[in-house]
Design a binder for this molecule. Structure first.
Ligand code: NAD
Length: 483
């Protein structure tokens, strides 16, 4: 497949640039090369930052109605080219064409919400006279853009997670430099193309393609970059947090999300929703289900239905409408998952279905009796593997859910309000889905986690708050009269 991006190169401050050094982009289905993008140098990133210093002034001075027009036009462009966007996501990544189409629609929505939220960047009045001696003061605060935002994104939602950085950054009047995942840079470049066509003034946006250690480091450590908005793995997130120094940081990291199924749940619904939440994007989904805690009296039925539905998932060619699940992002990742499953089986786990690898493909897999000290019981699997556990009651399910160093989303299936509220109060997560799996999100809600799952919240409105700074204004009045 050739895409226009392959010809245009990377987007540096409004210019399409090519470089001799290249990163080859492969389709994980058969390892065929799709195209090459520039492998940017540290100097390229320094140039992007220098241009963004001019861009941040242009961005801040853009009236809100113009930011809104640009964001709506970019959304319109994505909509007009939705098929090319979807094919690009499906080709360079793991998603099936159906999943990719869903991501394109969400990207359009993210950009449109960003346009809408641009008009709601409000301050508040401040009652200064709450303090004796300040009776003669009136004032309020505005919100101002932070300046230059460095955005670093992962491979698994290569378009919409980039839109979640670009949309709010532009809505809030910032310049933004995006470093997309090296394995999936094409969707991010297509989004730059959309903003280019939408009339975004040059210098406000760059998409620099290159390795995390070479160009990512420059972006993270540069003092002129005032905020790092990172989405990716815990290990990388921790490294970046240490390197970044004194700047704003937003961290959207991983998880090994729990789902609790109680005996009063609608069982058929719980099974199908949990299977779907476990294997979307071949399990490479930050809110994908990894651990399921099922109350003992319904455990056997749940396990039987869960395994039946998992075994029926059709795995194969991503571009076919009938395929439910594609490959993992590359063979190395599939081998990692394979080794984690082998470790668990070696320590006594039961493999109920799956457990087979073919190149980058790993079969949807269900394990039980996984020992606590297995890697797969503690870390994020980020692959198509689910662990089922019987539990006595809600108390035990909550304790086990909280027993890991992650806390992004959780799900609970119950028809009992008391149980739901118990879970709301005690689960250590950023989002809890009642009667759904952990795999639910809309783009206009606060999104993020606690513990090792991150710092701060995305979701357009929350991102805009993170990407702006309040500035307090106080008027001292000479002749304020007090009754
Ligand atoms: P990753 O951490 O390997 O890479 C993420 C990005 O960081 C890539 O662009 C990579 O090139 C860059 N990077 C790597 N080293 C760097 C460095 N030293 N300096 C700067 N940049 C560097 O993650 P991944 O494998 O692409 O994505 C999977 C992870 O992302 C999973 O853990 C998943 O849960 C997480 N994720 C989280 C969310 C969320 O919103 N919470 C959403 C999607 C994915």
């Amino acid at each position: 497949m050739t895409t226009q991006t392959a010809v245009q190169g990377m987007y540096l401050a409004g210019e399409w640039m090519t470089r001799e050094a290249k990163i080859d982009v492969y389709d994980p289905h058969d390892q065929s090369m799709i195209c090459s993008v520039p492998s940017a140098s540290a100097e390229d990133m320094l140039l992007a930052i220098k241009e963004a210093k001019l861009g941040m002034k242009i961005a801040a001075e853009l009236p809100v109605y113009k930011r809104m027009e640009i964001l709506h036009r970019a959304a319109g462009y994505v909509g007009e080219h939705r098929d090319r966007f979807a094919r690009t996501i499906a080709k360079e990544g793991s998603k099936t064409i159906t999943e990719a189409r869903g991501e394109v629609e969400r990207c359009i929505e993210t950009l449109r919400i960003s346009a809408e939220e641009a008009r709601r960047i409000n301050g508040e009045t401040i009652p200064f006279d709450q303090r004796p001696g300040s009776e003669d003061r009136l004032g309020y605060y505005f919100r101002f853009p932070v300046g230059i935002i460095g955005a670093i994104t992962p491979f698994n939602d290569p378009l919409n997670l980039v839109a979640h950085k670009m949309g709010p950054a532009i809505a809030a009047g910032n310049a933004i430099i995006v470093k997309p995942a090296s394995v999936t840079p094409l969707s991010a470049l297509l989004l730059a193309e959309a903003f280019d066509h939408a009339g975004l003034p040059p210098k406000i946006l760059s998409v620099i393609t290159g390795s995390g250690s070479k160009v990512g480091d420059v972006l993270v450590t540069h003092p002129d970059v005032r905020m790092i908005s990172f989405t990716g793995g815990l290990e990388t997130g921790e490294k970046i947090t240490h390197q970044a120094g004194l700047k704003k940081i937003s961290m959207e990291l991983g998880s090994n999300s729990p789902v609790i199924v109680l005996k009063d749940a609608d069982l058929a619904h719980a099974v199908s929703a949990t299977v779907s939440g476990s294997f979307s994007a071949a399990g490479q989904n930050c809110i994908g289900v990894q651990r399921v805690y099922i109350q003992e009296s319904i455990y056997d039925t749940f396990e039987r239905l869960f395994v039946e539905q998992t075994a029926a998932i059709s795995v194969g060619d991503k571009m076919l409408e009938t395929t439910n699940m594609g490959p993992m992002i590359n063979e190395n990742e599939a081998r990692r998952v394979e080794s984690w499953v082998e470790e668990a089986v070696g320590k006594g786990a039961n493999l109920l279905t799956g457990g087979m690898r073919d190149g980058a493909y790993y079969a949807p897999t269900v394990l039980t009796h996984v020992a606590k000290d297995c890697t797969i019981a503690q870390q994020e699997i980020f692959g198509p593997v689910v662990l089922l556990y019987p539990v006595r009651d809600l108390d035990e399910a909550i304790d086990l859910s909280n027993s890991v160093n992650y806390g992004l989303h959780a799900g609970i299936f119950t028809e009992n309000l008391e149980n739901a509220f118990e879970a709301i109060t005690r689960l250590q997560v950023g989002g809890l889905m009642i009667n759904d799996s952990s795999d639910y999100r809309i783009d206009g809600m606060p999104f993020g986690g606690v513990k090792g799952s991150g710092i701060g919240r995305e979701g357009v409105k929350s991102s805009i708050l993170e990407m702006t700074e309040p500035r307090v204004v106080s008027f001292k009045l000479k002749h304020r009269k007090h009754e």
